[in-house]
Design a protein around this ligand. Sequence first.
Ligand code: ZN
Length: 510
Amino acid sequence: MNFRSALLLVPAVLLAQPQLDLLLRGGQIIDGTGAAARAADIGIRGDRIVFLGDGSQAHARRVLDVHGLVVSPGFIDPHAHVTGDLSNPSANANEAYLYQGVTTVVTGNDGQGPLDSGATLDRWTKQGVGTNAALYIGQGTVRREVMGMSDAAPTEEQLARMKSLVARGVREGAIGMSTGLYYAPGSYAKTDEVIELARAAAAQGGIYDSHLRDEDSYTIGLLGAIREAIEIARQARIPVHISHIKALGSEVWGQSTEAIRMIRQARAEGLEITADQYPYEASGSSVTASLIPRWAEAGGNAKLLERIDDPSVRPRLIEEMQANLKRRGGADSLLIISGRDRSLIGKRLAAIAAERNESPIEAALEIVKNGGAGVASFNMSEPDIENFMKQDWVMTGSDGSEGHPRKYGTFPRKLRVYVYEKKIISLPYAIHSSSGLTAQALHLRDRGLLREGFYADVIAFDPATVADRSTYEHPNVLAAGMRFVIVNGKIAIDEGKYTGALAGRALRRQ
Ligand SMILES: [Zn+2]
């Protein structure tokens, strides 16, 4: 073969430009579109993927041998609750997520995003972050800023103020507005108020992310809450993303089928409705959020404590809490996972009540009076989890929170349990729902796929060992199986170990 014909076999991109920074050679590529695996090499230069194909002629500063590994886009978590971690110099590496193969997180969900989107994004850029990170402006935060913990409807002036705060947040770079309509004070906003704020977010190009008003049978019910989310999409003309979709509690088990039907119908109508999900049977909540009715929280914590001790209110409070405890499956379904009183961690509410010789509701009220506690709430049925997981508009999201294993385990767990053990979904589908689908739904440009020109957020994992290691007993154990995690072209996990790189970027709405 003469020199000229040999050249023709070398892709033009490799000749026209200087050598590659990184070449991943010999892996099985799963590109994030949902397409099947294929053998290909990946070339990276700077922060971009510049080559996909046969790289045997390519020169690179470093070659990573990824034979036997799956190479895919870095995972994207649409719901991570890491606003505090990312701003904290001792936690900003975001290792809990890097070890899962997550290269981009979104935070500020459930209505809790900070008021100062721009300053928060600037701080991450300045201090450095281990993963890319985007955020939401929080409707709960905005309402608290303008109206405190009041459960009243806003005056025209208050509404205008809230709208301008939401608009400012999105203008400064938030990807949209999040709501936590189940929690106080977000729950005090009626649908019309939420639509007004969603319009303000939509006008700036933002999307809408919601912890639904009810995932159970507390108020309007799971299906009523899905109807409300669809109505917000329709009225505010905004893409709606439903956080951690689930049927929470035995009273609504099986309603996944009807919920899916409603969402499919709305999508057929042209509305952009998507959702995320974590693959666990327990949700993460608090004693207060799961058992105390919202009216008792109106006015804030001091008011709540007054009501607990007010003999004219306490009987009604206890009666409603009993109903809520029943919804949650009883006192054995609530496992304390965090809180001021560390001696309670790892115990079920039933056991705490038995030890103290009091009713579970009285024990719960004592816990609330002493500063509250986080719980893992065992309330989901496996058929509903699998039903939601199979929908092509449902992506992976951790909803990571202290004390729940999902913060360290969500993405590898979906692979281990639902791809490899139960075979509910295929590997290309699981990867698509953890990368390409998410980038598309959240409008994250040039991320989520292995494609020339896209940012080099790339992972290589061992399909034989990829697994979650975190449990309810030991929630903070790093996941296993990620051999290489590359963020914007820089290696963050090298041969299974964190390198110290802070290669993430603060992602602003585009
Ligand atoms: Zn939530």
